[in-house]
Design a protein around this ligand. Structure first.
Ligand code: SF4
Ligand code: SF4
Length: 86
């Protein structure tokens, strides 16, 4: 009897397709001091009334986390990045 070939297994990837963590801003804590914008080596952060991360520029280095005086930034894994993140 002929054996059925197993279906090829699809690799599991994060929904966003990212392989690195990304900085996530807790807007309720951000005091818009601008320290993260200055520290970011890839200019991924813009600060106006709050900080915003441009996801496509973030390399996951966590420099911004280190300089934030109010702990308003945390790194999240690629599997937690919304599909809409830029
Ligand atoms: S983790 Fe690094 S690259 Fe990403 S926003 Fe923070 S400082 Fe910029
Ligand atoms: S360093 Fe922290 S408090 Fe300052 S702008 Fe960035 S996220 Fe906001």
């Amino acid at each position: 009897m002929e054996r059925l070939l197993a279906k090829p297994v699809e690799p599991v990837v994060a929904r966003s397709g990212r392989a690195r963590p990304i900085a996530s801003i807790h807007h309720e804590l951000c005091i818009a001091c601008g320290a993260c914008e200055t520290a970011c080596p890839t200019r991924a952060i813009t600060v106006t009334t709050t900080a915003t991360v441009q996801g496509s520029r973030c390399i996951g280095c966590a420099e911004c986390v280190d300089v934030c005086p109010v702990e308003a930034i945390s790194m999240i894994g690629p599997e937690q990045v919304p599909e809409t993140a830029g």
